[in-house]
Design a protein around this ligand. Structure first.
Ligand SMILES: [Ca+2]
Ligand SMILES: [Ca+2]
Ligand SMILES: [Ca+2]
Ligand SMILES: [Ca+2]
Length: 433
């Protein structure tokens, strides 16, 4: 094991982010999100903002894509993207999202860089992410950018919602010569965790902001902006505790997307928690705390991901528990829970740790196994595979790809990507707080 150097340095910034495919969203363009080479297999983008660690390097930050199928790795750097005005105090890869913005059949990748006041759109092509790119200005100081895509106005073109510091932008047409910016609803809190999906079931994507931070106590709001032909509507608020992670999928199979939130940090209890707010015609239901789950560590819910694993049309949920305290080594765990007519259930749950047969290595404190989890279909068979990040794994962090076999996540044919292979040399990895 290796102590994350940036934690030692006392920084609380979060260098590692992963593009989240939005599972239950109707694909806004001709290509699926996250399929940059348009071959039907999802590709997987991951960023490390502080690679290389040397602060003299004028181009910090790496974004790497693992392509589905044969798992070719492509690494983007500030130099390879030819970013004008990119300086030493900036770092590429603060936030990532994907959609086919120019609707050419190849998904495109949107990236922000800490300190860089532009969103970078890298266009896909048959060969994957290409040298063709666009820069969208978001002129504001500060960091903590977030990106999320969805068709918020129902015109079947993907829109891009951007937050930076306490401001919010919405781009409604990208990649058609002009990049149109509309006036989005204002941001109603700090450190939003946005998620976009059709929660109300009317066929138009809604935008939800959950919040990781709030001025008072542990409560925060879950704010839904309903998508409509006229764009995003007035905010509808639901109470929720502060969140660390959010994801969306129809876990109870009623045709409306539900919101799953990991509320591990700063929640009222020390233990990690996962809550579900169900989609309804009016908006999101009061969040329900999941119960009857396997024993949880403090960080249960540090990361959540939602997608159908077993093909029964109920979305399933992967939950990262990077500091679980149930095993003696506290190396971290990942739990896969099933969706059902009654919602998420512990019945048939799968648990993975580094002690699981077929998982390489052994659990050690600070490995942070499960710090980031993503259910994504990297093999193109229509069922979700599981990506697990353990940024503390010696010497340079590790991503594991666990494939889906007959509706179950299995360690058979498991693929390992070291930090080095991803271009993240000598870097500390951290999940978004
Ligand atoms: Ca692909
Ligand atoms: Ca495209
Ligand atoms: Ca539902
Ligand atoms: Ca399922």
């Amino acid at each position: 094991m290796r102590l994350p150097a940036l934690l030692v340095a006392g920084l609380t910034v979060a260098p590692l982010v992963i593009a989240v495919p939005a599972p239950a969203v109707t694909a806004p363009g001709p290509a699926k999100a996250n399929d940059f080479n348009g071959d039907g297999e999802h590709d997987f983008a991951v960023a490390s903002r502080f690679s290389p660690r040397n602060s003299d390097d004028k181009a910090r930050g790496r974004v790497s894509v693992i392509y589905g199928g044969r798992h070719r790795v492509q690494t983007l750097t500030p130099q390879s993207l030819r970013l004008p005005g990119f300086t030493v105090d900036m770092s590429l890869g603060e936030a990532l999202t994907s959609a086919d913005f120019d609707r050419d059949g190849f998904a495109d990748l949107a990236i922000t860089a800490f300190g860089y006041r532009k969103v970078i759109i890298v266009y896909g092509s048959r060969k994957g992410l290409s040298s063709r790119r666009a820069l969208l200005p978001v002129d504001s100081r500060g960091g903590n950018t977030t990106l999320v895509t969805g068709d918020f106005d129902g015109d079947r073109r993907p829109d891009l919602s951007v937050t930076l510091s306490s401001r919010h932008w919405l781009f409604t047409e990208i990649g058609r010569g002009s990049n149109v910016r509309s006036t989005p609803p204002s941001l109603l809190g700090y450190h939003p965790r946005p998620v976009a999906a059709d929660f109300t079931g009317d066929g138009i994507t809604d935008l939800v902001h959950a919040f990781a931070w709030h001025e008072k106590g542990t409560t925060a709001k879950l704010i839904l902006f309903k998508g409509s032909k006229n764009g995003l509507g007035r905010p509808v608020e639901t109470d929720l505790v502060k969140v660390r992670s959010v994801a969306a999928g129809d876990v109870n199979g009623d045709g409306r997307t539900d919101l799953v939130a990991g509320t591990a940090l700063s929640s009222e209890k020390k233990d990690g928690r996962v809550r579900v707010a169900y989609g309804t015609e009016e908006g999101l239901s009061k969040p329900v705390l999941l119960s009857g789950l396997p024993k949880q560590g403090r960080d249960f819910g540090a990361s959540v991901s939602v997608r159908d694993v077993n093909g029964d049309r109920y979305a399933d949920v992967a939950v990262g528990d990077p500091r679980e305290e149930t095993s003696k080594n506290r190396g971290g765990a990942v739990v896969v829970l099933r969706g059902s007519r009654k919602g998420i259930t512990a019945k048939g749950a799968q648990i993975f740790t580094q002690e699981t047969k077929g998982v390489p290595g052994g659990g050690e404190p600070h490995d942070a196994f499960g710090q980031i989890v993503r259910l994504t279909d990297l093999t193109g068979d229509g069922r979700a595979d599981l990506v697990i990040a353990s940024s503390g794994e010696a010497p340079d962090g590790r991503l594991l790809l666990l494939k889906n076999h007959k509706g179950k996540i299995t360690t058979k044919g498991l693929k390992i990507f070291s930090g080095k292979r991803l271009g993240f040399v000598d870097s500390s990895w951290e999940a978004l707080p």
